[in-house]
Design a protein around this ligand. Structure first.
Ligand code: PMP
Length: 402
């Protein structure tokens, strides 16, 4: 098949780099190499038992048919109650849609709002899918570099400078994939002051990592400090990361009625409702006991602290402590310009990543995928054993450079 059969807007997008890195690691593993895979972006825990049991019961009780397009009343009530209880935000059931993962919520929201040439501001480093989702909807991703010196966060001055008459959306993700950086209420307020001058800009908050927070901090919501933005904010979230439910594919969005109505129409003519059994499981996750969340966060925190210490002890590497999520975004500027034992010069973070994979079998993702170099992302959603193995192999590979 030639690429000419594929629409131009689709040819513009590329496969997810984390998926490609995982594929390559799997390929090497198939060839018999012992690979330490630090690529994966999903919890390594099983979905808690009470959630699995709720799904099994739902199947037995006949929850096997189409549901309302926006999701069952039970699930939307659970989402509304969660937004009220955990975020202090009030949404009516007709302001909420359950989707097949947060990914589909973000994609669909962009597709119903972007006209060709509309701009979407994406602070970098960003989740790999954002720019491609914008391109797939004929929009223009406007990435704004947010360096480590700014805590990898967007400043009000940079936001102001990035906004044009064509700006349609600002995408915010806190805690962030890949850096774990989280906005404080005061930082959100300062961004909201800029947005007040630009009423055409809509805001999408990707809150998928909200519960994976370290150091006893809670994640504020933009709308807590800037309630005046409610009418132009879409709050995106889901059960994937919080409840180790990546495979169940349940996310949601909450926002103003006109956007939600348009999304309902688009989804009703494309995917239809998300999986009925998964909806029952997600409702059980939101309504049920929450101790799994605190327990898993404690484990992520132990891994973060231990891995951070080992990475920061390697000459040429450094890493800022992430506030949340389950990744380390490792600065590898100190390795650029060095030469491998085979005589290859490391010119960019992509070269560092290939060297780590080929020389010591450690799979990580290059910072270029996230729009800020030279870095690589290492996932801590894996066992301490794996992380220790990974760190000692990385140390060994770095020591062999000259
Ligand atoms: N947003 C971010 C920042 C993510 O990292 C991910 C998952 N990698 C998603 C959204 C998608 O989550 P879901 O599984 O709900 O589609």
């Amino acid at each position: 098949m030639t690429t000419s059969r594929i629409a131009e807007r689709v040819r513009r997008i590329k496969p997810s780099p984390s998926t490609s890195a995982a594929d390559r690691a799997n390929e090497l593993r198939r060839q018999g190499k012992a690979i330490v895979n630090l690529v994966v972006g999903e919890p390594d825990f099983d979905t808690p038992a009470h959630i699995r049991q709720a799904a099994a019961a739902a199947i037995e009780n006949g929850a096997t048919r189409y549901t309302l397009m926006a999701g069952t009343v039970e699930l939307r009530q659970a989402i509304a109650a969660k937004l009220e209880r955990e975020n202090g935000l009030s949404y009516a059931l007709n302001e909420i849609i359950a989707t097949s993962g947060a990914k589909s919520a973000i994609f669909s929201a962009l597709s119903i709002t972007l006209e060709p040439g509309d701009e979407v501001i994406i602070p970098a480093p960003y989740w790999v899918s954002y720019p491609d989702m914008v391109l797939a909807s004929d929009g223009v991703p406007v990435t704004v570099a947010c360096p480590e010196a700014d805590g990898f966060k967007l400043t009000p001055a940079k936001l102001e400078a990035a906004i044009t008459a064509r700006t349609r959306w600002l995408l915010l993700n806190s805690p962030s994939n890949p850096t774990g950086a989280s906005y404080t209420g005061a930082e959100y307020r300062a961004l909201a002051d800029v947005l007040a001058r630009h009423p055409q800009v809509l805001v999408m908050t990707d809150d998928i990592y909200e519960h994976i927070r370290f150091d006893d901090q809670r994640t504020p919501h933009l709308l807590n400090v800037a309630p005046e933005l409610r009418d132009r904010t879409l709050a995106i979230n889901g059960v994937s990361k919080t409840y180790a439910m990546t495979g169940w594919r349940i996310g949601w969005l909450a926002g103003p009625r006109d956007l939600v109505q348009a999304l309902d129409t688009l989804l009703s003519q494309s995917t239809g409702n998300c999986c009925s059994v998964s909806q029952a499981a997600a409702a059980a996750a939101l309504n049920g006991p929450q101790h799994f969340v605190a327990e898993s966060v404690l484990i992520y925190k132990q891994r973060r602290d231990r891995t951070l210490q080992q990475i920061n002890a390697i000459p040429g590497l450094s890493c800022r402590a992430p506030d949340g999520a389950f990744y380390l975004y490792v600065n590898c500027a100190g390795l650029i310009g060095k030469t491998t034992p085979d005589g290859q010069r490391l010119d960019a973070d992509g070269d560092v990543v290939m060297y780590l994979l080929d020389s010591v079998g450690v799979a990580v993702v290059a910072g270029t995928a996230y729009g800020l170099s030279p870095y690589f992302r290492l996932s801590i959603a894996t066992s301490i054993d794996n992380l220790d193995q990974g760190c000692s192999r990385i140390a060994q590979a770095v020591a062999a450079l000259h």
